[in-house]
Design a protein around this ligand. Structure first.
Ligand code: UD1
Ligand code: UDP
Length: 373
């Protein structure tokens, strides 16, 4: 009720004093984008001079891949849901392009805001750029230098057509400089660092509420969803071989993409506990309570680092090179030998480096959008 009153009041003020408002269309669609957008969206809602129109492309749609984050992270109900669902890169992106174009032509925002490196990011960016609507990219400048990754293509295209680039790390700033984009780059820090700081507080003292039930006292936490590890069944088999030989219980919240491929193709080792994808707060609980993290996720590598857990990156490279010092993060690919060596690596002796901003990335982003180009 209070939320409804707030929305009506904002709408009324917006109508009466149109010129005093800045309108942002935010485009999201996949799990990590809900988490990234949550902090920025909260900042916008507390600013009476900014109005946000939230567009969900529908790239992720299962309750535990989408709705759960809106409820848990208090993200407003999307103003539009394009419900594009799954498909090949081209067909999924094409459906997004059509839907987003209609919305941007209708809304005529001052800014279009996109996050990360998914197909939803790419579609939002391309439409805004073609309509000459100022485009800002949050989490700009990440590079794996591996163009076989669909995300790398999405990043390069999005950064190259944006008007404002919010870089999360010093390395991202350097990457953008190397591509001649320094003039439009702002070091904002990482919105996912903001998120961890904010939501970790919710878990403190509420352990019982967020604890994942029926798990052993000690476990490794693993996630796998990258195309290179799921579409290539041999890579997936190697990962399960490594989990089987880890000497630990391995808890694996399974991404739906991975679930489909595991089914019928992989024999699950006795020490591997498959669970459904969990909400963000339970995920933070899992990270805080595991021994180590094994993942091919970009977001999870950082969260492990922020929360003081060693990470093993199940890819051949990482964009988050700031996490690599002193064994905090080890890149192993899918080689069971390398994974097993990394599992027994000694704990880091030096603290994490504060290279992801100071937890105020969202405030910096909204402030800069308000001050204009
Ligand atoms: C996408 C992003 C990836 C990001 C990941 C986060 C692209 C190219 N990739 O990968 O960068 O790391 O999201 O999780 O945008 N599916 C469901 N239910 C859902 C969502 C997906 O069953 O709610 C299944 C479908 O079979 C679908 C498959 O998962 O075909 C892959 O989904 P998709 O969004 O295309 O790519 P992700 O692997 O999730
Ligand atoms: N995450 C989650 N529940 C899960 C798995 C992941 O809340 O079951 C969160 C995770 O903590 C991180 C984000 O989702 O904040 C990462 O998303 P994902 O691994 O899907 O994508 P990536 O970061 O690799 O693009």
């Amino acid at each position: 009720m209070i939320e409804l009153d707030r929305i009506l009041l904002t709408e009324l003020l917006f109508f009466l004093f149109k010129t005093d408002f800045m309108k942002i269309v935010t485009i999201i669609g996949a799990r990590p984008q809900f988490i990234k957008a949550a902090t920025v969206s909260r900042m916008i809602r507390h600013d009476p001079h900014v109005k946000e129109i939230l567009v969900h492309t529908g790239q992720h749609y299962d309750t535990n891949m989408s709705d759960i984050f809106f409820e848990e992270l208090d993200i407003p109900h999307p103003d539009f849901n394009l419900e594009v669902g799954s498909g090949s890169h081209a067909s999924q992106t094409a459906r997004m392009l059509e839907g987003i174009e209609e919305i941007l032509m209708q809304e005529k925002p001052d800014w279009t805001l996109v996050f990360g490196d998914t197909n939803s990011t790419l579609a939002g960016a391309v439409v805004a750029a073609k309509l000459n609507i100022p485009l800002a990219h949050v989490e700009a400048g990440l590079r794996s230098f591996n163009r076989r990754m669909p995300e790398e293509i999405n990043r390069i295209v999005t950064d190259s057509i944006s008007n404002l680039l919010f870089a999360p790390t010093p390395t991202a700033v350097t990457n953008l400089g190397n591509e001649g984009l320094s003039k439009i780059t702002i070091f904002s820090g990482d919105v996912m660092f903001d998120s961890v700081l904010f939501y970790k507080e919710k878990i403190t003292g509420n352990e019982e509420k967020y604890r994942v039930r029926d798990l052993p006292g000690k476990f490794l936490l693993a996630t796998v969803h990258r195309a290179e590890n799921t579409d290539d069944i041999e890579n997936l088999k190697r990962l399960f071989l490594a989990f089987a030989g880890s000497g630990h219980a391995v808890v694996l919240p399974v991404h739906p993409r991975t679930r489909k491929i595991i089914t019928g193709n992989i024999t699950i080792p006795g020490n591997v506990i498959l669970i459904d994808p969990v909400g963000y707060l339970q995920m933070l609980w899992l990270i805080l309570n595991c021994e180590k993290v094994l993942t091919d996720s970009g977001g999870l590598q950082k969260e492990a680092y922020f929360l003081g857990k060693q990470c093993i990156t199940l890819r051949t490279e990482t964009e988050w090179v700031e996490t690599l010092h002193d064994n905090w993060n080890t890149v192993t690919g899918t080689d069971p030998g390398k994974i097993s060596d990394a599992i027994v690596l000694t704990a880091p002796t030096s603290p994490q480096k504060l290279l992801f901003g100071d937890g105020n990335a969202a405030a910096i982003i909204v402030g800069k959008l308000k001050s204009g180009l």
